[in-house]
Design a protein around this ligand. Sequence first.
Ligand SMILES: [Zn+2]
Length: 228
Amino acid sequence: MSPFSAILQVLFPTTCACCGDVLVRGERQVCLRCLSDMATTHFSPMNDNTMERRLMGLMPLEHATATYLFRQGGAVRKAVHAMKFHGNAELCLMMGRQMGLDLLASGRFDDVDVLVPVPLHWLRRLQRGYNQSELLCRGMAEVMGRPVCKDAVVRHRYTHQQSLQHESQRASNVAGAFRLRKADRIRGKHVLLVDDVVTTGATIASCANTIAEAEGVRISVAAFSMAQ
Ligand SMILES: [Zn+2]
């Protein structure tokens, strides 16, 4: 470390987005200990994986995967929290690149044409300053070389934070929450729908069913994480 960067490190320490420890040289956003604590699912190359079984029957589906397992108190949960509520856009991009590598290595998502983030309501996007799923897409796009389309579908209903709700309220809460805006952007294409966390699958299925209104689309799903 140069004397200048050593001084910078003391004055403006960069800390791990998950545990808050000061990052050492070579670490970015998340420390190596937290990175190794992030449980990977190994779903991507697997047909009929847990994610596919969760979504099957809720929406028309080609393939689905989630790169990490979301556990209470775990490093993945902390990373999601940092992406969603702490304004950590750089972390979103970095985790998107991880997802992209995971999908590329599986070979099951090679014929995807376009990446579509699950949209936020405009008011929530304004509050947060960005859509974390859109940034995940941008990170994935760097690795996968596919375009990101963020205006094909919009969320026209402002819904309350899912995590604060009872399981049974989720489905009714998000039914009809999305609307097709620019169907021509996705018509006839294989769409990869991207979100940060999939829990019951109600939100992503509602969004997917709206996308399915566009003629000739096929839909796959990639989530950063899946709650058990
Ligand atoms: Zn850490």
